[in-house]
Design a protein around this ligand. Structure first.
Ligand code: M6R
Length: 622
């Protein structure tokens, strides 16, 4: 979704804002813009398209000053165009605003403002907020408090989910620089430094300047000046929010010699997976610890079932999580799309554990589902990658995936670390619920040993890179792909297909291998590559029969197996040999060649793999 940056201080602001935006561009890349306040007036430069276009424009229309705002947009209201780019300035030219989210009641507000003489030059809901704030200024900004008061009054009228920041004319030269920001939904954090403050929608934009941050809460309003930060809560009461120290390394947000973030992040999986289980497992006793879990062992024993809610790739992780939890903890698990959860009137009680799975922890659909589960009395837990994200704040317990920042829009290391986190959660629930069985610990130790072997197997899977590049060369012209998997690897078929469609724009479908004969088999012909996941012992022979069915209809099979490749030689055009690990962890290994295949096909087709069209890294609107 849109990216927000802001700075007040003594340094030249444009390079700082542009650096911040370059780290946030993955959040949206339809258009970008800056506003700088100098000598009491607002100067904006905006450009349609990627940040590079804005950079180019700034070469011809340079801006200078010591405070301002920057924005990178993912369009919700109004087409992606310069006209609709942010910052948006009110019709009297007094307030510049950047915004992430949706103002639901923008139409009645717009009508009222129009009747009062305010004019609109964009199709955005953001312009309504800029005009509304300006309407609450008394004309010439009598003092610096005015902007804060005007924002407070405007905010009281807004409905929807938003994070925004505003600057106004006339502030500098009187009492100094100020940015006023508000949060209701999408994340917003303040980076603290000496004599300067930063504002951003994502820590990545701040990390190279400060690691001390304050995450604003929903309903908060904040005022940033070089001297410090003041925050007021939803009720307008001044509040102190805790300062958190982030330990993400800013270097992690660089490409580090790779052509794309996606390839870099694929390669980071060995380390990320290890970081996710390190420190949480005791190989001697077989015991697992979880970061925070507000439930006692007795309460965990009292749980009846689990609901996992998530979107996109995280939903695929949740589907694997169902297998893990059901098998290891023997608890029934339901998996829902965040966006669908509310529409089935879910049955929830205090004996339900609802788990939101979200890399960003800010996906609006997942958060909405989590809120509903909580309102209906469920206990709430989350698997998230982002410290202090909204999902972690509303939950009673959390297990962080230690993937580090994921910049590529297509999720890779976030997915595999989610699978590790869900494996740990499953083992934790198992040990809490079945202490009688787990006391001996032999089996528990084996589950952890399986985990310990995983990084090496991931390395071996990554070594398939040249092979996957070769396959990409062979298949990149295909217009359709089918991915088949069974059991715990069926979600991996879905994930392989999602990766391919996201970054190469090839139509791809993931299907349970056994279901193919009930419909999709009609699609099979010589132009349809079928990627079949044939690993493990339990379903191997069954998947082989499914491959035979494809072969009999002239389908082109790419078989992925941990068995002797010769066994598939007569059935598959190409066989990819992956290392065998425990069946519960095999999905983590299997997905890696599929990520690589999608990556190289995307690159061959000339697609922008890090920032695919129409997508945004985290979708903070419903
Ligand atoms: O941040 P989240 O994990 O909640 O994001 C959920 C989806 O938007 C995300 O996984 C999306 O599907 C990715 N682009 C997949 O690569």
């Amino acid at each position: 979704m849109c990216g927000i940056v802001g700075y007040v201080g003594s340094r030249e602001v444009v390079p700082l804002l542009m650096e911040g935006l370059s780290r946030l561009e993955y959040r949206g890349y339809d258009s970008a813009g800056l506003v700088v306040v100098k000598n009491g007036s607002l100067a904006t430069v905006k450009a349609e398209g990627k940040l590079e276009r804005l950079r180019e424009k700034l070469r011809h229309e340079p801006l200078a000053g010591h405070y301002g705002l920057g924005h990178t947009r993912w369009a919700t209201h109004g087409a992606p165009s310069e006209r609709n780019a942010h910052p948006v300035v009110d019709s009297k030219g007094r307030v510049a605003l950047i915004h992430n989210g949706i103002i639901e009641n923008f139409l009645p507000l717009k009508k009222r403002l129009q009747a009062g003489g305010w004019t609109f030059s964009s199709d955005t809901d953001t312009e309504v907020v800029a005009n509304l704030i300006s309407s609450y200024l008394d004309g010439d900004l009598g003092d610096l408090g005015d902007l804060k008061t005007a924002v407070e009054k405007a905010k009281a009228e807004l409905q929807g989910m938003y994070a925004f920041a505003a600057v106004a004319t006339g502030a500098e030269g009187r009492e100094g620089q100020e940015i006023v920001a508000a949060r209701q939904g999408p994340p917003l954090l303040i980076g603290l430094a000496h004599g300067e403050q930063f504002l951003a929608s994502d820590p990545a934009a701040l990390l190279s300047h400060t690691k001390d941050v304050i995450f604003l809460e929903n309903g908060d309003l904040a005022r940033l000046t070089p001297a410090g930060v003041e925050i007021w809560d939803r009720a307008g009461k001044p509040v102190d929010r805790p300062v958190q120290h982030l330990n993400w390394d800013p270097i992690q947000t660089e490409k580090g010699g790779y052509k794309h973030f996606m390839l870099k992040e694929i390669h980071e999986q060995t380390q990320a997976v290890q970081d996710t289980f390190a420190g949480r497992v005791d190989f001697e006793t077989g015991r697992v610890t979880i970061d925070t879990i507000a439930l006692s062992e007795a309460e965990i024993r009292g749980l009846e079932r689990i609901q996992l809610v998530a979107c996109g790739t995280s939903w695929h992780a949740a589907l694997v999580g169902k297998f893990l939890i059901e098998q290891l903890a023997r608890m029934p698990v339901e998996v829902d799309y965040g966006s669908e959860y509310r529409y089935r009137d879910p049955i929830v009680s205090s004996r339900l554990l609802a788990v939101g799975v979200s890399q960003s922890g800010e996906t609006a659909d997942t958060l909405a589902a989590m809120e509903i589960a909580r309102e209906r009395g469920a206990r709430l837990f989350t698997v998230s990658n982002v410290l202090g994200s909204q999902a972690t704040r509303i939950s009673e317990g959390v297990i962080y995936t230690h993937a580090g920042p994921e910049i590529g829009v297509a999720s890779t290391k976030a997915f595999t670390t989610q699978l590790v986190a869900l494996y740990l959660l499953a083992l934790y629930l198992r040990q809490a619920r079945h202490s009688d069985v787990t006391e001996a610990g032999a089996l528990e130790r084996r589950y952890l040993e399986d985990l310990a072997h995983l990084p090496l197997a991931i390395d071996q899977a990554l070594a398939l890179e040249p092979r996957m590049e070769e396959l990409a060369r062979r298949y990149f012209r295909a217009e359709n792909f089918l991915y088949l998997g069974r059991g715990i690897n069926y979600p991996i078929a879905l994930e392989g297909a999602l990766k391919l469609k996201e970054i190469s724009y090839i139509h791809a479908e993931g299907y349970p291998a056994g279901e193919m004969k009930h419909g999709p088999i009609a699609l099979i012909d010589k132009d349809m590559p079928v990627v079949a996941l044939a690993t493990g012992d339990e379903v191997y022979e069954k998947v082989k029969s499914n491959i035979q069915q494809v072969k009999a209809r002239d389908g082109v099979v790419i078989g992925l197996t941990d068995h002797d490749p010769e066994d598939l030689a007569d059935l598959a055009e190409d066989v990819i040999l992956v290392p065998a690990v425990s069946p519960l962890l095999q999905p983590i290994v299997n997905v890696i060649p599929l990520q690589l295949l999608a990556y190289f096909i995307g690159v061959r087709r000339g697609a922008d793999v890090d920032q695919p069209r129409n997508l945004a890294k985290s979708v903070t609107v419903e």
